[in-house]
Design a protein around this ligand. Structure first.
Ligand code: GDP
Length: 439
């Protein structure tokens, strides 16, 4: 996400490195480069110009503190302006009414059905009783797709595969939700390949009849400026409440994310960064601005970890680490937990500086496969007491897992290093505890 933009902005700020003061001339050069980077990232020209003009005025108006370099100051101002541009602060979806209805709109292929599932999982985690409704009457596969997702996340899906009247299905679903005590209903609607009149009238009628507390517009961020134009067209007809940007994992330009809020004046509420149900984040303009500037987004990373990690398991692992008993079973369980958190590359991108370091690197869930294969070839005794894994056993593990002996040796070395580090950490923790007792 935003890899290229981050790199170019980084380069723009570098032009200010070394200069001790902010002057009209050096700011002008940097700001011009920032503008070019934004436009290259597919940010609407007018928006890019407006924001960089503001950055320039702000930069020239501020005193440079001795502690910060002009480059750092400009990064800070750019971060503030990007945050403002993307809406300033996080905006939640409105949930009210009995049941509360959330209507999902967008073009076909934008990721509506996938998002409906993700939103279901998100709302369920908040402790809500949710019903998903399959109202995509033109694409029978969408009904099955939603049913599969519903099963996966443990949320009920209402569908009437034979019925071709979306409004009727929705009304029946609401009656069903009332009967079964579901307080939140998410309605997935039909999309088209291009904006067309029949579809617009249909969803307009749906919105009028259902009176949802929240109407979301789902848009594929990879479609660039088209995304902005489609958003405009939908907003004119639906007056939606919020935007969901999808496929930000595949989008290295990301300009739509930056300009959509400014152009339609509706907040972005969620971003989707992959096909898995976990790949959903609540949109925070400030965190996104930090990510764009390559500053990482540790808060979102921690939030994902909190949502995905099993607390009891974390406690168990912690005590194993403290007693220097961390073994391969624990390692495997940790890998599983990390994988549950979603797209690995995207997660690494949330760590400050990692986005840049990872450019061109190909990391995905499959990267863990060799390690998993080797560990799974171990006997329970070997997993529990890694020290017994001698040369002969290593050869057997390589043959058993279909990996090379070098890979097995590397894993053993990494594991040994990891245990050594854990031991040292324990010692340091012990020393700290002893110190605090003495004081
Ligand atoms: P709909 O026609 O709007 O309901 O779109 P779908 O939900 O069927 O999504 C279309 C395709 O995009 C599917 O193959 C999804 O798996 C994929 N998709 C949806 N969201 C994302 C995302 O955030 N990232 C990626 N990489 N793929 C996505």
């Amino acid at each position: 996400m935003f890899d290229n933009l981050s790199l170019k902005l980084d380069r723009a700020f570098k032009t200010l490195k070394g200069t001790g003061t902010i002057t009209e001339i050096n700011v002008a050069t940097t700001v011009k480069e920032i503008r070019r980077a934004l436009i290259d990232a597919d940010v609407n020209y007018k928006v890019a110009k407006e924001v960089t003009d503001t950055i320039k005025t702000e930069a020239l108006g501020r005193d440079v503190l001795i502690a910060v370099s002009p480059g750092q100051l400009l990064i800070k101002i750019t971060q503030e302006e990007l945050t403002k541009l993307m809406g300033g602060k996080k905006e939640d979806i409105k949930i009210s009414g009995d049941p509360s209805i959330i209507l999902i709109s967008g073009l076909q292929g934008s990721g509506k059905t996938t998002f409906t599932g993700k939103l279901g999982a998100h709302l369920k985690k908040q402790g809500r009783q949710v019903l998903l409704v399959a109202c995509d009457i033109y694409r029978p596969a969408a009904i099955d797709q939603l049913k599969v997702l519903g099963e996966q996340i443990g949320v009920e899906v209402y569908a009437e595969p034979e019925n071709k009247n979306a409004l009727e299905i929705a009304n029946n679903a609401i009656a069903y939700a009332k009967k079964t005590g579901k307080k939140t209903v998410v309605v997935d609607t039909a999309g088209r390949l291009a904006v067309d009149e029949v579809m617009m009238s249909e969803i307009e009628a749906l919105k009028k009849a259902l009176n949802p507390s929240e109407t979301l517009f789902v848009v594929d961020s990879m479609t660039g400026q088209d995304a902005v134009n489609t958003a405009k067209t939908f907003d004119e007809r639906l007056n939606f409440d919020g935007v969901v940007l999808t496929k930000l994992d595949g989008d290295t330009r990301g300009g739509a994310a930056i300009s959509i809020r400014h152009v339609v004046n509706k907040p972005i509420k969620f971003i989707s960064t992959g096909e898995k149900m976990e790949d959903l984040d609540v949109f925070h303009p400030d965190r996104m601005a930090q990510r764009i500037l390559g500053m990482g987004d540790v808060i979102s990373l921690v939030e994902r970890a909190q949502q995905s990690f099993d607390e009891d398991e974390a406690k168990r692992i912690n005590s194993k680490i403290r007693s220097n008993n961390f073994n391969f079973d624990d390692f495997l369980s940790q890998l599983e937990q990390v994988k549950k958190m979603g797209n690995i590359k995207d997660l690494l991108g949330m760590i400050p500086g990692m986005g840049k370091a990872m450019k061109g690197l190909d990391i995905d869930d499959d990267s863990f496969k060799p390690i998993e294969a080797i560990i799974r070839s171990m006997t329970p005794a070997e997993r529990e007491q890694p020290d017994i894994i001698d040369g002969n056993r290593r050869k057997r593990l390589a043959a058993g897992s279909g990996r090379t002996i070098v890979e097995v040796n590397n894993l053993m070395k990494q594991f040994a290093d990891m245990r050594k580090m854990m031991k040292q950490m324990n010692k340091m923790g012990g020393a700290k505890a002893a110190m605090s007792k003495m004081l």
